[in-house]
Design a protein around this ligand. Structure first.
Ligand code: GLN
Length: 198
């Protein structure tokens, strides 16, 4: 099995190191031909508008749109790129629509740039999983085909809400937080199982 990590911008190195630690063959993806040898792809955290532009200019957007069989795991900005729709996104911002979810960029509030929470994730045991959120998107809508595997209870000031933060639809998996910035590789392992299933 070989897993590609999209390496246009963002924390792709951390993802590669985590996969390395699991003994998986890892390669970086910067050009369409880099997709040929991989069985699964990781979309890292970073700046989704920048990544979306670079996907376009590198030719990877077109190439990925024709590789519908490829399992994908996205974290934070990666989740934004996988979503069906982006609230308050830039007009020219592209997303693949792998997951029937709606997201709001920086939805946890700009002033609170980052926070950590212990959460329960279905398929990751024993709980908890430490989740690191950095200017993370909020999932504001989830369609029927999407499984919500984890939630965080968040105080938005005017209201408290239980927000989905790990979602799966077939062989597409995404988290609003960054497991790659912790030493907990269980969500990556969960993704590898989905790749094997696929
Ligand atoms: N705020 C970033 C975006 O909207 C995502 C942040 C992240 O990936 N840590 O693209």
């Amino acid at each position: 099995m070989q897993i590609g990590v999209l390496a246009l911008q963002g924390d792709f190195l951390e993802h590669s190191e985590m996969l390395d630690s699991l003994g998986v063959k890892v390669s970086t993806v910067r050009l369409p031909r880099d997709l040929d040898s991989i069985d699964g792809l990781i979309l890292p955290g970073g700046e989704s508008t920048t990544i979306s532009k670079l996907l376009e200019t590198s030719g990877l957007k077109e190439a990925l749109l024709s590789r519908t069989d490829l399992p994908v795991f996205g974290t934070c900005a990666g989740l934004i790129l996988m979503s069906r729709s982006i609230v308050d996104g830039r007009d020219d911002q592209f997303s693949f629509g792998y997951l029937d979810v709606e997201v709001r960029r920086n939805g946890f509030g700009r002033q609170i740039r980052s926070f950590e929470a212990d959460i329960d994730v279905e398929g990751v045991s024993p709980p908890p999983m430490k989740a690191v959120f950095i200017r993370a998107p909020v999932i504001t809508g989830v369609d029927g085909g999407v499984e919500v595997l984890g939630r965080v209870v968040y105080d938005f000031g005017d209201r408290g809400e239980s927000v989905p933060v790990v979602v799966r639809q077939g062989s597409y998996l995404a988290s609003a937080f960054h497991p790659e910035l912790t030493s907990d590789s269980r969500l990556h392992r969960y993704f590898l199982e989905a790749v094997v299933e696929a």
